[in-house]
Design a protein around this ligand. Structure first.
Ligand SMILES: [Zn+2]
Length: 214
């Protein structure tokens, strides 16, 4: 399996991602939170301590080329193909009931879900190999692709950030983008202004977004 080149120097991301090179580069909204500690651990190897009071939920892709730098007792973790939370809102509700206040939503480059349509026939074949009826396997994969396939990794992160900000109005959500080359975290350049814009929306979660989840 290939390890893609670093995001730094990649023309595609040049104006789209902010590299966190020191503490002041961490957005002010995340200062003093477990999100800041997580970033410092990932980008600078700072130690993080687990405690009995877990306030952070991390959602990221199933990607095996990325390993989270966290000890036990530090965070709840959701790992799904593409890293989007869609379909796992109950897990978010559960962890919030346990005291979670922060969500780190982590996308990455070279995601397999950006090629999910190409790979779909192989997924169908893998399920048929498990004894699934071919038509049902085909139907299942087609339905699931709507929730898992993405076009562009950073655009998908933006869209999911917007959706989650509307669905969970008081959760502090930190969109991050990890480089598979060196596991360094970046902040999307759109974060600050988009976050302010979404915070100014009405305090209630839009009903249609919730109905879509039922
Ligand atoms: Zn991925």
């Amino acid at each position: 399996m290939n390890i893609p080149p670093p995001l730094r120097g990649d023309e595609k991301y040049r104006d789209l991602l902010i590299h966190i090179e020191s503490i002041p580069d961490v957005p002010v909204q995340w200062k003093g939170t477990p999100i800041e500690s997580f970033i410092m651990a990932q980008n600078f190897g700072w130690p993080i301590q687990g405690s009995g009071k877990v306030e952070l939920l991390i959602s990221t892709c199933i990607e095996f080329r990325y390993a989270l730098p966290i000890p036990r007792m530090y965070a709840y973790v959701i790992r799904r193909a593409s890293g989007r939370v869609l379909g796992s809102e109950f897990s978010v509700g559960y962890t919030m009931a346990q005291g979670v206040k922060y969500l780190a939503l982590i996308g990455h480059n070279d995601c397999g879900m950006a090629k999910a349509l190409t790979n779909a026939p192989r997924v169908v074949a893998a399920l048929v190999e498990q004894g699934w009826d071919a038509d049902l396997a085909q139907q299942y994969v087609e339905n699931q692709l709507k929730r898992h396939a993405i076009n562009d990794e950073l655009d998908a992160l933006r869209e999911e950030f917007i959706r989650l900000k509307r669905v969970f109005r008081k959760l502090l959500i930190a969109p991050l983008f990890v480089c598979l080359h060196d596991s360094k975290l970046y902040v999307p350049a759109w974060y600050d202004s988009l976050n302010t814009e979404l915070d100014a929306e009405e305090p209630n979660a839009p009903r249609d977004l919730i109905e879509n989840l039922l």
